[in-house]
Design a protein around this ligand. Sequence first.
Ligand SMILES: Cc1cc2nc3c(=O)[nH]c(=O)nc-3n(C[C@H](O)[C@H](O)[C@H](O)COP(=O)(O)OP(=O)(O)OC[C@H]3O[C@@H](n4cnc5c(N)ncnc54)[C@H](O)[C@@H]3O)c2cc1C
Length: 488
Amino acid sequence: MYDVIIIGSGLGGLECGYILTKQGYNVCILEKNAQLGGCLQTFKRGGTLFDTGFHYVGGLDEGQYLHRLFRYFDLLDLPWHRMDENGFAEVVLNDTSYLLPSGHDRFVETLSERFPHQRRQLQNYTNFLKRVGDGIADSFTHKDDQFKASLFERSAYHFLQETIDDPALRNVLSGASLTMELCPEKLPLYVFAQINNSFIQSSWRLNGGGSLIADKLAENIRRMGGTILTKAEVTRIIEKEGRITSVEYNDEERVEGRYVISDVHPALTLSLIPESQHLRKIYRNRISGLDNTYGMFTLHLQLKEHTVPYLNRNLFIYNNNDVWNHGYRLGSSKTSALVSYRFPKDGTGFTNNIDILTPMYWEEVEQWADTTVGKRGEEYKAFKQRVAEECLQLVAGRMPGLRDNIERFHTTTPLTYRDYTGTWKGSAYGIRKDYNNALLTILAPQTQVPNLFLTGQNLNLHGILGVSMTSILTCAKVAGMENVLKEL
Ligand SMILES: Cc1cc2nc3c(=O)[nH]c(=O)nc-3n(C[C@H](O)[C@H](O)[C@H](O)COP(=O)(O)OP(=O)(O)OC[C@H]3O[C@@H](n4cnc5c(N)ncnc54)[C@H](O)[C@@H]3O)c2cc1C
């Protein structure tokens, strides 16, 4: 009998495992894949390492919030590499480039050179972002609940319209936001401000890929006595007399536990509990009816050796006039891309891998929904080839000659994510938060079943920062907030 069973070893599941084993709980994590980490997984082809989800994080400088969290999670010793402070991101809007530098003051100074008439508004903007970022720890003490709730109920798009006069500057400020879904009718200000603030604070790549994070957490969990089982796909969660008593995996094995935490999509979690005294149909329908963000198409390029100099910043390339309206219409070509260079492992100054990511909606791949990895057919291959070509055309203006330096390439779509990580409809960032319906789209860790809790990107805020924050909120339900915060 375990104290806590955790379903899924994404960042959320592993961090919960870490917190609770550190608190003395006997924890068992069940992961369906052979590799741990969910969206932190890496894969190797032809000797080159590729990342699946993770590409960079913000806020890792001393005194910044992720630094504090990662110190607690023992992740600071990983080979973090600071991105260019003069421009961690370069936003390219119809061939015009803008650098976004690290540090709020430098951010205002640099952008004021391009938008001198907007200096005061830029100052107000960064002050506001700082306030939102500084308040992140208050989520644990409920000190700033009202402020946070008001930001979840406010539109990010309208905020920018109201506070920044120049539409070109609004585009630039939103330009590094392919790390979230810029949906003008839905995106809450909280998500926009918290994520942009953390990257402006400081931005970092990991030399070696996201799996280093998962592996380090797992190593520590095991060292502290926790159990992690891979190739253990949870097939049923069993409730008896109103409490979860055990979890079945691979259709035959069972583990018993006092508490269960699920790091998989809430709709998938509920579908694993066929019989329950607590889960009413209305709650199940509500959760399974929630929309999810778009997924991502990734073109993973393996490059010829020593041909492409490493660029210590991400490129965000758009060939449209409004980054908030890159809305997909079935059959239309891709108009936005995030380009991420892998840190050179050999110190030569040349990269051997570039990933180009572009949003992809479920509807684009739905016709192959009934297929499995490697068996999706020729039409699917042709579709991926076409999108890969669109991505290369999109970045060609900023990256001339890239095409000649490609050794080979691989592609992933939302179907790949669905099949490898169980993300609902291959969504990149989980349940779509909606400022019109904040109460419905932001989920609490507590479910209707007293000893079943949720964690991960679907609840509150996605990304490394959001998932880390949520893991604390979830574990506080089991171990008590005071105990968890004491360690932090
Ligand atoms: C393309 C892409 C790029 C991204 N880039 C960044 C970035 O640069 N920076 C950043 O901060 N964030 C980024 N993110 C977001 C970030 O990666 C995620 O928010 C975070 O990793 C999600 O962690 P999670 O624990 O919520 O879920 P997941 O990573 O989805 O983990 C869920 C786990 O549950 C397992 N599972 C599913 N079903 C079962 C089952 N039945 N039984 C057992 N196990 C099961 C899965 O295999 C998986 O391991 C990106 C995401 C994507 C998709």
